[in-house]
Write a protein of this length. Structure first.
Length: 366
């Protein structure tokens, strides 16, 4: 991403000249971020009193103490939801609304401009670009003071879809991820209802990785949405696809990640997941950027809309942030205005985090 960072730094002066085609939607970290999404906060395997927020049980909840044998240390199991990333979904190629309307002045192809195809009166289709940002705000703002439980990666532009030729080409994306062919059938589509129902009452099913619940299919991982429902629904879906793309790219690149590519402990009864995996995830320390996962674990994320209208008010469906796949129908007030600036959407991404907090060496007690 060094080349992208260089281009961004060279074009920062022209950011405001972009005008309404690339709106300045830089989020306020006080007003536009729903910090209650980090809850519930658990210590010693138990939820702190007086907290709300959706969560699921992991092996980190089963014991009041944790150990990291390779470090000869002992600590306290700590669980919370860490804001690790931001993702925006935008219309103009090269536009980075989350960075204040910055725009990369490169010769973009016509096919890279976002559109909503309304030629079919029954079924609309759309295309959008996307970008994700490494943004460990909880560490930068010292919301969680223990370094072992905080992502200490620097703020960075993780990836933008405009530099990926497969983002606008479904066939090329299927070649890159051929596993998607296995679910291009009626049985694969029917799984959407199961995943959607699971997300409505809790969290989506990792086993149904090819679906994003009521938002639509996960594959192919492109900016094309064949069954357009609304701008916000499309935004949630493409933000999720961008996360899956980022996880997959790191896996295919063979990049090493502490903790076996996960930031949370095993769930009770999870296949091929045991004490060693749980210990590796909890003792890994600060996770490095995006863990490699060829098949992304959907349950590890909750999304909160930052713009065009921040979803900071509580609703009856899980507060201001929701797990992947939950319907956005009752959360879209003020997001369908036909004006510039309401075509681009940004989301704060909260990641499930289990760690061994306050780790100390037994020697310190002697």
């Amino acid at each position: 991403m060094g080349v992208i960072a260089l281009v961004i730094s060279m074009t920062s002066v022209s950011a405001r000249a972009a005008g309404p085609i690339c709106p300045n939607m830089f989020p306020s970290f006080i007003d536009d971020i729903c910090w209650s999404c980090m809850f519930p906060f658990k210590l010693f395997g138990a939820k702190l009193i007086g907290q709300s927020g959706e969560d699921f049980t992991t092996d980190a909840d089963s014991t009041p103490l944790c150990t990291c044998p390779e470090k000869l240390t002992v600590g306290v199991p700590t669980s919370f939801w860490e804001m690790s990333y931001m993702v925006d979904v935008h219309t103009a190629p090269g536009c980075l609304p989350t960075l204040g309307g910055m725009q990369l002045p490169l010769p973009w192809a016509d096919s890279q401009y976002g559109v909503i195809n309304k030629t079919d009166p029954i079924r609309k289709a759309s295309f959008r670009n996307s970008a994700y940002y490494v943004s460990p705000l909880m560490y930068l703002l010292e919301v969680v003071l223990d370094d072992a439980c905080s992502d200490r990666s620097p703020f960075d532009v993780g990836w933008t879809s405009e530099f990926d030729p497969s983002w606008s080409d479904d066939q090329l994306a299927l070649i890159k991820m051929p596993i998607a062919y296995a679910f291009s059938n009626i049985a694969g589509v029917m799984a959407a209802g199961i995943d959607s129902a699971a997300a409505m009452v809790g969290f989506p099913k990792n086993e149904l990785f090819w679906q994003a619940g009521s938002w639509g299919p996960m594959y192919p991982i492109t900016g094309n949405v064949k069954d357009y429902k609304s701008m916000d629904n499309t935004g949630h879906l493409l933000a999720t696809r961008m996360l899956a793309e980022a996880h997959g790219m790191r896996e295919m690149a063979g990049l090493f990640s502490k903790g076996g590519g996960r930031s949370y402990a095993c769930e009770p009864g999870e296949p091929n997941c045991g004490k060693d995996t749980t210990r590796a995830a909890m003792c890994a320390g600060s996770p490095s950027d995006m863990p490699p996962q060829l098949i992304m674990k959907k349950k590890q994320y909750k999304l909160q809309r930052m713009f065009p209208t921040p979803s900071t008010g509580k609703t009856n469906l899980g507060g201001c942030c929701i797990p992947i796949g939950r319907s956005t129908a009752l959360r879209e007030a003020g997001t369908q205005l036909p004006v510039e600036g309401y075509k681009d959407f940004g989301y704060a991404i909260f990641r499930k985090r289990d760690c061994c907090s306050g780790v100390v060496s037994p020697a310190s007690f002697q």
